[in-house]
Design a protein around this ligand. Structure first.
Ligand code: GSY
Length: 157
């Protein structure tokens, strides 16, 4: 079983319902076991800022799926929840990202990069993740999630 950490975000429609349905869909897969779910955090949009606030969360799960199989399934959940990709970085009912997959470092650009390449710069990712697994080590930097969050907030490298 691989230990996997996912980031979830929604800023369209009933955001809480979207997140809960996505988590239910994850747990309904026979090869995914949802172990921990963070609180839901309301956050200002990062990147394309002329859009509504997000609700973000993080999930820790165990899976028998490979990274690519897991990504396929996350994309299926996104489609099922009717993601509309009209504006890049724009509003979406649900966005699901693989943040970490064991201590794997994978670059299968542009489809899949693990660890997620922007996770260390995004408080909306690190804050929910630090709530559920502060001690987990981010394999590229060798730092814990808690430490990365502290550094991001203090404006250090
Ligand atoms: O990368 C995920 C989508 N996204 C988000 C998000 O989930 N939360 C916040 N606060 N800003 C975001 N910008 C993008 S793109």
């Amino acid at each position: 079983m691989a230990l996997v950490y996912l980031g979830l975000g929604s800023n369209m429609g009933d955001r809480e319902k979207n997140l809960k349905e996505a988590i239910k869909a994850l747990d309904s897969h026979e090869h995914i076991l949802v172990e921990k779910v963070s609180s839901l955090y309301e956050t200002d949009p990062v990147g394309y800022t002329d859009q509504d606030k997000f609700l973000n969360a993080a999930v820790f799960c165990k899976t028998l799926l490979t990274p690519n199989q897991l990504l396929d399934y996350l994309q299926k959940i996104e489609e099922d929840l009717k993601r509309v990709r009209t504006i890049r970085w724009g509003p979406r009912p649900i966005d699901l990202d693989i943040l970490l997959y064991d201590d794997l470092q994978l670059n299968d650009e542009p489809r899949l990069i693990i660890p997620h390449p922007r996770m260390t710069e995004r408080e909306f990712v690190l804050l929910p993740l630090a709530e559920i697994v502060p001690e987990v080590i981010h394999p590229t930097t060798g730092k814990s999630i808690e430490k990365l969050l502290k550094e991001l907030r203090e404006g250090r490298p």
